[in-house]
Design a protein around this ligand. Structure first.
Ligand code: ADP
Length: 374
């Protein structure tokens, strides 16, 4: 199999004439295995993977397509340089089908997880650009997978409320129910419809954030202003549960998020603090800054979060054991984590001085005078 530099020599000129699909396959555990088990094991694994790759490629590709692998690397590349059978451009479906076959063959041979992705190789100028293309293809593949899993999960979740609404409506249409029972059925249907609405809102929020991830790093938001706006938004819900909102944000601080993303973080954390906090209790927001980070803390005096749940609750669609009595979708904290990490920060949970949960979000600081990168 040729190395990336050689393949570039051949694909480069063809890619100048027309854009070509670049497919990438990677064994994410290769490096860990090489590091832990030594060079001999790594070499054997690489040989096994290369053999499976070539076997799958022979069955899926056409003469004229190019494959590349640099010895010792965990990635394999395919440039679909041969025209397709029907002489039309390769579609995303073609690319995915080839990748699926190759990934299945490799993971069957190695028993390891395989990551895949594709992109379009535009007229590029050198082997480095091809390697860059492999990285882009794998990143795009990871985003595709994330989105697919997310939509599959949401689709699955939406089925339950939908079939419950359908069941109630069918029963109501059959007629013959007491007015009180009819009303109860309608109320339950309404509640289920509202739950679906919340899920859909969360779903769009999550997917939009993902798409706008690139722009988030080039932003600045005034944390103090956003806290005030978030308090205004959350006040009616807090009032309903008799919860007092306190703010002790230290100095005015700017963070590397745009205003919307900053609001998402605050509202999700405040919404949870009000929802899970003690009836008639207190929710407190504070912030501390060092030279590089501003750490925002949202405290409540509710039941807090058990030590064994402190990692898992940030997963998509994960709800804690104590959440059963409260409405929710398990999406909010996943959004907070996504925003914080995309901005170069992090989120964690611990015990609050008030006795409940403390959610801390560390965000890169932006000086007020600092120019925001374009
Ligand atoms: P949701 O609130 O919709 O269930 P989240 O992703 O916002 O989803 O939160 C995930 C889980 O974390 C919740 O189900 C709940 O168990 C737990 N949680 C979040 N915030 C708090 C809090 N302030 N106090 C106690 N538990 C919380």
């Amino acid at each position: 199999m040729l190395g990336v530099a050689d393949v570039w020599q051949r694909a480069g000129s063809a890619a100048c004439v027309r854009p070509l699909p670049l497919l990438a396959v990677r064994l994410p555990e290769f490096e860990r295995i090489a590091w832990r088990s030594g060079r001999r094991v790594a070499l054997a694994l690489e040989r096994q993977t290369s053999a499976a790759f070539e076997e799958a490629v022979d069955a899926s590709l056409r003469a004229g397509d190019l494959i590349a692998h640099d010895p010792g690397s965990d990635a394999y590349a395919i440039v679909m340089a041969a025209p397709s059978r029907e002489a039309r451009a390769h579609s995303p479906v073609d690319c995915r089908a080839v990748l699926e076959r190759i990934a299945a063959r490799i993971s069957q041979a190695t028993n390891l997880r395989v990551e895949t992705g594709w992109t379009i190789l535009q007229a590029c100028d050198g082997a480095a650009a091809l390697r860059d293309g492999v990285r882009l293809a794998l990143e795009r593949g990871a985003r595709e997978r994330e989105r697919y899993e997310f939509f599959a999960a949401i689709g699955h979740e939406l089925r339950t409320p939908l079939s419950s609404i359908r069941g109630y409506l069918e029963t109501l249409l059959d007629g013959g129910l007491e007015p009180r029972t009819s009303r109860r059925f309608l109320q339950t249907s309404l509640k289920e419809a509202q739950r679906m609405e919340r899920m859909l809102e969360g779903m769009f929020e999550f997917s939009l954030l993902d798409l706008s991830a690139q722009t988030m790093v080039a932003s600045r938001s005034d944390l103090r202003e956003r806290v005030c706006a978030a308090f205004d938004a959350i006040r009616p819900a807090a009032r309903e549960r008799g919860i007092a909102l306190l703010e002790s944000v230290v100095a005015p601080a700017h963070v590397a998020l745009d205003d919307d993303a900053c609001m998402h973080v605050l509202l999700n954390l405040l919404d949870n603090a009000v929802k899970y906090g003690r009836e008639g209790g207190t929710v407190c927001v504070s912030a501390a800054a060092d030279a590089r980070y501003v750490t925002l803390a949202v405290d409540d005096d509710g039941p807090g979060i058990a030590a064994h749940e402190r990692e898992s609750i940030f997963g998509l669609r994960v709800r804690g054991a104590g959440a059963a009595q409260r409405p929710g979708t398990g999406i909010g904290l996943a959004i907070v984590k996504l925003i914080a990490e995309r901005a170069g920060g992090e989120v964690r949970v611990k015990d609050a001085p008030l006795g409940g949960a403390r959610f801390e979000v560390a965000l890169p600081r932006r000086a007020e005078s600092e120019a925001v990168p374009a």
